[in-house]
Design a protein around this ligand. Sequence first.
Ligand code: AMP
Ligand code: ZN
Length: 118
Amino acid sequence: MPLNSDPNCIFCKIVAGQIPSTQVHRDESVMAFNDIRPLAPTHILVIPLEHVTFVNQTRAEDEKLIGHMVRVGGSVAQKAGIEKSGYRISINQGRDAGQELDHLHLHVLGGRPLGRSA
Ligand code: AMP
Ligand code: ZN
């Protein structure tokens, strides 16, 4: 397991290969895989390999990582063929956003009109 791994975290277990995932991208700092309960025809999650938690607990030195996550989100959207039709990249933070897992992740959603909330 990489540094800053939480043995109880589902996404850390996915990073370690202890829980299977349909991986669509992996590099030295992030990975991307299909969401198990997709909200749209394309629903991909982009996560750091390390157990970074909440947006408001990230540090200045995480800015490169977060920027990379967004760029990988764009790249997997392109690979999924939704670049032209459009997509949404979002982060859920806290109860009102319905956040379930505290390992930082971007949702990449597309493949249908998403309306103003999705
Ligand atoms: P959030 O509500 O932003 O915390 O999103 C967590 C997301 O993780 C949800 O959309 C879940 O469907 C997804 N999820 C939970 N467990 C898994 C898993 N084992 N593989 C893929 N996606 C998962
Ligand atoms: Zn984790």
